[in-house]
Structures are given as structure tokens and as C-alpha cells.
Design a protein around this ligand. Structure first.
Ligand code: PEP
Ligand code: MN
Length: 285
């Protein structure tokens, strides 16, 4: 792999730990949940209460959505961020949202605890540099057709600009398969745990595009060694303004969380044999 001085794991080195609220990402298993897009105050309040009760430790929601068609719902913008931040505060969860455009950085960092850079922007170098100039942790999603080396090089852009708090999120790649929205590259999670000291997350919602496949792929990602996951949850998925097919109901999410806890306990038992690059705690779930 090419020159990756900032992201590469070193033998015997420590994993990157990222404090957010009372979490230490990289040590505490992270579960981010919330809708694809922020649609209303009520939707965010309901979702926040439900995912908090089920055990999520961060709330998500898109304020500026990268849609394939310009005529699709593209998010509520600043109003959406106000709903997200109020819902997070109401239930005591830190919040994460995507920054689509470097010109939005100033107002988004005022309310978001964590920034997300989406798959379509993984190689938007000015945006990466702008995120690197902030002091906010950044979730960098894998580009739709990006190799691990390209992905890590993009993380280097953020770190090289002064921000070491980067997490990588596998969200599926484009292959010849069309049954699933994307092909979730579980192997990438296992590989990254050896290649880099950065926390590695999994997004089985975008990784599959199918609600019924989210749980099996979430659990598979845990076995592969991920440090956390991002799951789309909507109070009424069939009515969602974006990604209706892949969002879980609060009840489905609660069911998944029970299984996540169980698999984390089993995984913990294996970690002493050092199957994985680094170790994760689960005391906060
Ligand atoms: C998202 O998480 O809201 C999203 C748009 O995902 P991705 O960038 O992975 O497509
Ligand atoms: Mn989505």
C-alpha cells in the first residue's frame, strides 16, 4: 500500500480513541441510529426517544441529502439541524450529520458533535481539507467504487489538515450485483482493523438497501471486528422521504440491539486471542 504515514497501523501501536460526550470511540462500541433524512420535529423526537431507549449512543439524521435526482427530497437544511440537535439534547445523545458542501461547514459545526462525509464526497479534496481544519470527529464513508488505499488516502487528507479524529465507515461498494443496493464489503472491515489504527464502522443500511438484511449484516460486521455501526431507523419507514426500503422500525432496531449486545459478548471472549487488530469495550451499551 502507498505512503500512508498518518493512517497506517504500527506494530504494537495503540488504536485511535475519539472522545464524544461520555463515549470513547475506539474503545466503547458505537451505535449510531436515526433516520436517513430529518423530515420533521416530531419524527426526530420520536426516533431519538426510541433509539435511546433501545441503547443507541449517538443520533443521526441528514440535513443536506445527496440525492441522485435533483427533484427528490434534498433535506431541510438549517431547520433540520435544529430538529436534530434539539432531539439529541432532549434524550442526551450526541448527534452526527453529513456535510455535503464546504460552504455549509460553519453552521453545521455549531450544532453537530460529529461530521459525516458521505460516499459521494469521499474524494472531494477541498471538503476533506475543510473537515480537517475543524476540531470535530469525522466519519469518512467509503466511496462507491473506492479501493481501501484510496479510502485511506482520503483519511490522510483530513488528518494532514490537522484533524486526527477520523473514523472509517464501510457502506457497501458498487458491483455487478443488483439485488442488494450495494455489496457490503465485510472483508474490508477485517482488513482495515489490521491496516489502520483508526476506528472502523459499518453501515449495513446503505450496504444492503434492504431492511430485512440489516441485522444479519450488522452482526457479520461485528464478527469482522468493527468498532461501531450506523443504522437507519424511522418511525414509519414506508413513509420515509428517502431510503424507505432500508430503514428499520424502532421495534426492529430494538430487536437488533439485543443481538448486537449478545454478539459483542461472544466477540469479547475471542479478542484475548487477538483475532482482531484492536479491542473494544461494550460497557456503555
Ligand atoms: C447517509 O449515511 O446518509 C448516506 C447518504 O450514506 P452514503 O454517503 O454512504 O451513501
Ligand atoms: Mn440513507
Amino acid at each position: 500500500m502507498e505512503h500512508l504515514p498518518l493512517t497506517a497501523a504500527h506494530a504494537g501501536g495503540n488504536p485511535t480513541l475519539i472522545p464524544v460526550g461520555n463515549l470513547t470511540i475506539g474503545r466503547d462500541f458505537l451505535v449510531i441510529a436515526g433516520p436517513c433524512a430529518i423530515e420533521s420535529e416530531e419524527q426526530m423526537m420520536q426516533t431519538a426517544a426510541a433509539v435511546k431507549a433501545a441503547g443507541a449512543n449517538m443520533l443521526r439524521g441528514g440535513v443536506e441529502k445527496p440525492r441522485t435526482s435533483p427533484y427528490a427530497f434534498r433535506g431541510l437544511g438549517r431547520q433540520g439541524l435544529a430538529y436534530l440537535s434539539a432531539a439529541g439534547r432532549a434524550v442526551g445523545l450526541p448527534v452526527v450529520t453529513e456535510v455535503l458542501d464546504p460552504r455549509d461547514m460553519d453552521w453545521i459545526i455549531q450544532s453537530a458533535d460529529v461530521l459525516q462525509i458521505g460516499a459521494r464526497n469521499m474524494q472531494n479534496f477541498p471538503l476533506l481539507v475543510e473537515a480537517g481544519r475543524t476540531h470535530k470527529p469525522v466519519i469518512l464513508k467509503r466511496g462507491l467504487s473506492s479501493t481501501l488505499a484510496e479510502w485511506l488516502a482520503s483519511a490522510e487528507y483530513i488528518m494532514n489538515a490537522g484533524n486526527p479524529q477520523v473514523m472509517l465507515c464501510e457502506r457497501g461498494i458498487r458491483t455487478f450485483e443488483t439485488y442488494t443496493r450495494n455489496t457490503m464489503d465485510i472483508g474490508a472491515i477485517a482488513a482495515l482493523k489490521q491496516l489502520t489504527h483508526l476506528p472502523v464502522l459499518a453501515d449495513p443500511s446503505h450496504g444492503t438497501g434492504r431492511a430485512e438484511l440489516v441485522a444479519p449484516m450488522a452482526l457479520s460486521a461485528i464478527w469482522a471486528g468493527c468498532d461501531g455501526m450506523e443504522i437507519e431507523v424511522h418511525p414509519a419507514p414506508q413513509e420515509a422521504l428517502s431510503d424507505p426500503g432500508q430503514q428499520l422500525t424502532p421495534a426492529q432496531f430494538q430487536g437488533l440491539m439485543g443481538k448486537v449486545r449478545q454478539v459483542l459478548v461472544w466477540r469479547k471472549a475471542l479478542e484475548n486471542g487477538s483475532v482482531y487488530g484492536y479491542r473494544t469495550n461494550l460497557h456503555n451499551l
